[in-house]
Design a protein around this ligand. Structure first.
Ligand SMILES: *Cc1c(COP(=O)(O)O)cnc(C)c1O
Length: 380
């Protein structure tokens, strides 16, 4: 078993403190205050303003997407992305059970049903092989798309999630989904700054979604973004998230059910200041990951690193314990020593609202659920 005492000392040294060390804390070392004061001086603090446009522009450039739309948070981004992918009530959406609850909730908000398919051990994200096996058994192609033979419902979308910023095997997944005519919506909430074969995560599927919550790689307090290369979907994303109002100088007319999911200009100001420092923050996290990697290779704990042909953002770094017993001891020891560590999420089908959802054997998800622990990962 690993020497937990050495682990705690190592992390305390890395962060140069004996006080409480959080899992992930934001850093505000750029133009945050200047831009925030600027929005107040301009009076444009709310849902329109120059920083919202600038943020969207920045996200377009970063992800090389034709369109980025700012929204109020990552969950709302995913909710709307599914509607843009034409997910309707009583449809089904394939996703992984090993994820943060927002992924499954976004499906439920659309009145659709999650179908939980296993993850790969190496990426911790949705497994193309498992999706293929499921569709070979249950899929049926009809005129208007793929149907699930066991439930009679349409499988309207597939959401891979890039766990902790490690990209899933996207090419293989997109191949399977294309064969079954299922659009891919990437939940890239955790993977800002992560690349798959040279392309930014979230820009490869039909639609991508991002989060700028306080615990993410960069933050604007609360915020999200939808990205796409399809100009019609991009335009519709803006329209739906701004109450679906027909443009007019003074008349109010809304021709479908829209949402007030706009990102306030105040938050966008913070987002712009943070995005200016993205490279610096990623470099700092990568340096920490290298230190961890060297240290843990001497310990009997597996530190997770990026796979070939991918670049991870090292959002939340993690180790893989030998078994659940070691994991529980590790969590207890480190947290008592004021070094924050946390187990990976409980699988979605364990939550009361998702316990009756269809799922496969979940062998890999259950394996990881018992072993993966996040360790302090802030930029320094
Ligand atoms: C953070 C997160 C979201 C959504 O984030 P918000 O807090 O709503 O901005 C969605 N999916 C995953 C996997 C996340 O980690």
């Amino acid at each position: 078993m690993a020497n937990f005492k050495d682990v705690v000392f190592f992390i305390q040294d890395a962060f140069q403190t004996r006080d409480f060390i959080p899992l992930h804390a934001p850093k505000f070392r750029g133009n945050e205050k200047r831009y925030l004061l600027d929005t107040i001086d301009s009076t444009f603090v709310s849902s329109v303003g120059a920083y919202v446009d600038q943020f969207e522009d920045y996200m377009q450039k970063l992800t090389s997407s034709r369109r980025a739309v700012a929204v109020v948070n990552g969950t709302a981004a995913l909710q709307v992305a599914l509607r843009l992918a034409d997910v309707k009530e009583e449809d089904e959406v394939i996703t992984q059970a090993l994820t943060f609850v927002a992924t499954a909730n976004a499906i439920a908000y659309n009145g659709a049903h999650p179908v939980f398919i296993d993850v790969d051990i190496d990426t911790m994200g949705l497994s193309p092989t498992a999706v293929r096996v499921f569709l070979d058994e249950f899929g049926e192609l009809r005129e208007d798309g793929c149907y699930n033979k066991s439930t009679g419902r349409r499988i309207a979308a597939c959401i891979p999630m890039h766990t902790f910023g490690f990209p899933v095997h996207l090419n293989e997944l997109i191949d399977v989904c294309e064969k079954w005519q299922i659009p891919v919506v990437e939940d890239a909430a955790e993977s800002l700054g992560s690349y798959y074969k040279g392309k930014h995560t979230g820009s490869i599927g039909k639609i991508g979604t991002f989060s700028f919550n306080g615990n993410k790689t960069v933050t604007c307090g609360g915020g999200g973004a939808i990205t796409t290369d399809d100009p019609i979907i991009g335009e519709k994303a803006k329209y739906l998230t701004t109450t679906a109002k027909k443009p007019h100088a003074y008349e109010f007319f809304h021709d479908e059910l829209g949402y007030n999911f706009r990102m306030p200009n105040l938050n966008a100001a913070l987002a712009c200041a943070q995005l200016e420092q993205l490279e610096e923050i990623l470099a700092s996290k990568r340096q920490l990951a290298t230190q961890y990697c060297n240290f843990f290779s001497e310990q009997k704990l597996l530190f997770r690193t990026e796979l070939p042909e991918t670049k991870a953002n090292y959002w939340l770094m993690c180790v893989e314990c030998a078994d659940k017993t070691e994991r529980d001891l590790f969590l207890k020891y480190t947290n008592e020593a004021k070094v924050m560590t946390r187990p990976i999420w409980q699988l979605m089908f364990r939550l009361p609202m998702y316990e009756n959802c269809q799922k496969d054997a979940q062998t890999n998800a259950k394996y990881l659920e018992e072993r993966i622990v996040n360790i302090p990962s802030s930029a320094r």
